[in-house]
Design a protein around this ligand. Structure first.
Ligand code: F6R
Length: 270
C-alpha cells in the first residue's frame, strides 16, 4: 500500500487527479477505461481538478465508462441527494464521458436483485481500472459498515447510526431524512478493481486512516481490507495523517520512489 501525505486537502486532490489522469491518458481507443467513483465531500476537489484538466488541458474521457460506488435506497435518481445526481452534478456532466455513467438502482422494489445486476454489469464492463474511495469516520468504505463481509459482492446495507449522523449535513441536518439503507459495491467487488485510490482529509478521519493502514485487517474497520489490494494508494492531508505511527517512513519511501514509476504505479514506458 502506498501512502501519500500532503500538506493540504488541495494537494490531496492534485495527487489523486494525477493518478486518474494517467489512467485516462493511457486508455487505448476501443479498449476504454472504467472509472469507479465515490460520492461524499472528500473527492469533490479531485473531480473539480479533473474537470479543469478537461477544459484547459484537453483531458478527454470520451469512450470511458464510470460506475458509482453506491446509492441510497428510496431516492430517485433525480433527487438532489441521490449519489447518481451528485456524481453527475459534481463531475460527469462537466466532462465528455457521454452517458456512460452507471449507478445501482435505489428505486428497484427488489434492491437485492438490483445489487446483483450491478455487480454483473461491472464484471461485463471488464472490471474497474481505478476506483476512487473516501472513508467514513467509522472506517466504512462505500456503505460497507463494520461487520461487512470482507469478500462481499454488491449488496444491500443498513447505514450505521454514525453514518446517518455524518450524512445528515446533506439533508439539512435532519437525521430523519437520511435514508436508512443503501446498495453498495461489496468489499470483494471493490477489491477486484485494478487500483484503489482512497482519499481522506481532516482530523476526524485520523483514527480511521491509522486503523486502515496500520491496524489489523478486520471487518470492524472495513477499509482495512485495502491491505489485501495489489495496488492501493492512500492519499491524506497532514490532519488525517496525524495518527500514523510510520508517517516519516511513508514520506521517505515516497521521496525514494523510482523515477520510472508513474503516478498510476505502472512503469513509465519510453
Ligand atoms: C461515498 C461513500 C462513502 C464516503 C464516506 C466519506 O460514495 O461511499 O464511503 O466516501 O462516507 O464521506 P465524506 O467524503 O463526505 O467524508
Amino acid at each position: 500500500m502506498e501512502i501519500l501525505i500532503r500538506d493540504t486537502p488541495e494537494e490531496v486532490a492534485l495527487a489523486a487527479a494525477d493518478i486518474v489522469s494517467a489512467y485516462v491518458r493511457r486508455a487505448l481507443p476501443g479498449a476504454g477505461c472504467v472509472l469507479g467513483l465515490a460520492t461524499g465531500s472528500t473527492p469533490v476537489a479531485t473531480y473539480q481538478e479533473l474537470i479543469r484538466r478537461h477544459r484547459e488541458e484537453g483531458l478527454s474521457f470520451a469512450g470511458l465508462t464510470a460506475f458509482c460506488l453506491d446509492e441510497y435506497i428510496g431516492l430517485p435518481r433525480e433527487h438532489q441527494e441521490s449519489y447518481f445526481r451528485f456524481i453527475r452534478d459534481n463531475f460527469t456532466a462537466h466532462i465528455d464521458i457521454d452517458d456512460a455513467v452507471f449507478s445501482p438502482d435505489g428505486m428497484d422494489p427488489q434492491p437485492w436483485k438490483a445489487a446483483q445486476r450491478y455487480d454483473e454489469a461491472i464484471r461485463e464492463a471488464g472490471g474497474i481500472d481505478v476506483q476512487i474511495l473516501g472513508i467514513g469516520s467509522n472506517g466504512h468504505i462505500g456503505f460497507n459498515e463494520p461487520g461487512s463481509p470482507l469478500r462481499g459482492r454488491t449488496r444491500v446495507e443498513t447505514l450505521h447510526p454514525q453514518t446517518i449522523r455524518d450524512n445528515a449535513r446533506f439533508f439539512e441536518n435532519d437525521v430523519e431524512d437520511v435514508p436508512t439503507h443503501a446498495i453498495t459495491q461489496g468489499l470483494g467487488t471493490i477489491l477486484d478493481a485494478d487500483h484503489l485510490v482512497l482519499l481522506a482529509t481532516g482530523e476526524n478521519k485520523a483514527y480511521a486512516v491509522h486503523s486502515l493502514v496500520e491496524g489489523p485487517i478486520t471487518t470492524s474497520i472495513p477499509a482495512s481490507m485495502l491491505q489485501l489490494a495489489d495496488k492501493a494508494t492512500v492519499i491524506v492531508d497532514e490532519s488525517a495523517a496525524s495518527m500514523l505511527r510510520e508517517r516519516e517512513y511513508y514520506r521517505h519511501r515516497e521521496e525514494l520512489r523510482p523515477s520510472w514509476l508513474g503516478p498510476d504505479m505502472r512503469p513509465i514506458e519510453d
